[in-house]
Design a protein around this ligand. Structure first.
Ligand code: TXA
Ligand code: MG
Length: 334
């Protein structure tokens, strides 16, 4: 299959309506869209990504009227969340309607819905007038794509088309919050922070599986290893001297060492490859660049990557969640 570079929305609409899959930009990461009312279109997403079929997909809508075809009950709390954060990077899980696809929800009774804020995504959703399921447009397990180039690295020849909207904004996926229970639980930290959510609905819980490796995550996708560069990655917590000692030891063992750091700290280290992902006091810059830097390490010959760690507050919670997954929870502390 040849992957079409789509330059007008009408072409993307027509492919989606003929049950093909199309990648498009959202404000978080690129999504791989398909008609949520067609199981055969939905299956093409799982095939192209190599995604396990027990991992449910998020439904994207362009207007509130579409919600009733997807969810059967909208709680007051979820209404407040929608009013406050939509369009935007918040996915809300609600009970699905009987008619909504079990293939999309992997057999679960809840369905995740969001209205993205990216102008191209909104334009596409409003033109196609169908709910569109869209996971991140990467091969399962790889870092999510924040540019059309990343999508094509993984899916060229496997999908019908791609709409190139340049680099995405947030750079990390949406926050997933389960509103089928009260109080709601955050299943995946993302573009909207826990603090922002608590400001409008009061205290929320966070899935305990996000902070310990003992529990089974409630979002099926969170149990899979993810985002990892080809070389093993280790998060280093401690002083710059401690960081450098780890680099030196690895090099003495004959390893080529990569370092993932920030603009502020890049001159503190001597290593084989040093990549930066923004500024330490600007977590949105770190989130924006993180996946692209994780992918970039694969273009260098490194045997091991040492990564700095970040504060767990605000957007830092999502950044650290992705870094912990990318490193398979390997952390060394001074
Ligand atoms: O920002 C985003 O959310 C992007 C863009 C394209 O919208 N999409 C995205 O989708 O990240 P995906 O499929 O890569 O990740 C969805 C996550 C998975 O961990 C999945 O298990 C979880 O959300 N999820 C989806 N529906 C769910 C449901 N009904 N119940 C529990 N978890 C769900
Ligand atoms: Mg994904």
């Amino acid at each position: 299959m040849k992957t079409k570079r789509i330059t007008n929305i009408a072409e993307a609409v027509s492919l989606l309506k003929s049950e093909e899959v199309v990648a498009f930009p959202t404000e978080t990461v690129y999504g791989l869209g398909a008609d949520a009312t067609s199981d055969s279109a939905i299956s093409k997403i799982f095939a192209a990504k190599g995604r396990p079929n027990d991992n449910p997909l998020i439904v994207h809508i362009g207007c509130m009227e579409q919600l009733d075809t997807v969810v059967s009950n909208i709680s007051n709390i979820s209404k407040i969340l929608m009013d406050t954060f939509w369009p935007g990077p918040l996915t809300i899980i609600l009970p699905k309607t009987d008619g909504f696809s079990d293939v999309a929800t992997a057999g679960l009774d809840g369905v995740g819905v969001r209205m993205p804020s990216h102008p191209t995504a909104l334009k596409l959703l409003r033109a196609v007038k169908l709910p569109i399921v869209a996971p991140s447009a990467n091969t399962s397990g790889k870092p999510s794509p924040t540019s059309a180039k990343h999508v094509l690295e993984d899916l060229e020849g496997k999908i019908a088309g791609i709409v190139d909207g340049g680099a995405t904004g947030v750079g990390l996926e949406s926050t997933v919050i389960d509103c089928t229970i009260e109080p709601p639980i955050i299943l995946r930290p993302g573009g909207i922070t826990k603090e922002q959510i608590e400001e409008v609905i009061g205290e929320v819980r966070v899935d305990t599986a996000l902070t310990t490796t003992k529990d089974q995550p409630r979002a099926p996708g969170m149990k899979y290893s993810h985002y990892a560069p080809n070389a093993p990655m280790i998060i280093v917590k401690g002083s710059s001297n401690f960081f450098q000692r780890n680099i030196n030891e690895a090099q003495l063992n004959g390893q080529r060492v990569g370092v993932l750091t920030t603009e502020d700290n890049k001159d503190m280290y001597v290593a084989d490859v040093i990549l930066t992902c923004g500024k330490k006091d600007d977590m949105s810059s770190v989130a924006h660049n993180l996946y692209s830097v994780l992918r970039e390490f694969n273009h260098y010959e490194v045997d091991i990557i040492f990564s700095e760690s970040f504060s767990d507050f605000g957007l830092g919670q999502a950044v650290m969640n992705r870094l912990m997954k990318a490193s398979n929870h390997r952390v060394i502390e001074e």
